[in-house]
Design a protein around this ligand. Sequence first.
Ligand code: SF4
Length: 115
Amino acid sequence: MKELICIVCPKGCRLTVDEENGYKVSGNSCKRGEEYGKMELINPVRVITSTVAVENSVHRRCPVKTNGAIPKKLIFDAMKTLDGIKVKAPIKRGQKIAENVCSTGVDFIAVRDIF
Ligand code: SF4
């Protein structure tokens, strides 16, 4: 049995996942918590947020995030892909900053417009 807090929504339900019984989840208030509990033990994934350097703007950094969840074990490698990236303003929200991060098919995208 593994106990964890569901991070899918602010309610933060306390989940119990039984690995020996088909990853049966209890303590969840909704279906999303059941899916999260199972996946957290089978293949935990996260959306990654960070920033990249900006050129040609008063803003020195642009916030970015992945446009999908990637395996937790790839977080540090994914962050390294942003090292040395400098993006020229103007930057549009949703603009791809780094494609196919760690061959996951997920991209880093800009979170806001930068002028
Ligand atoms: S189980 Fe459902 S209600 Fe509870 S924290 Fe997760 S998403 Fe929110």
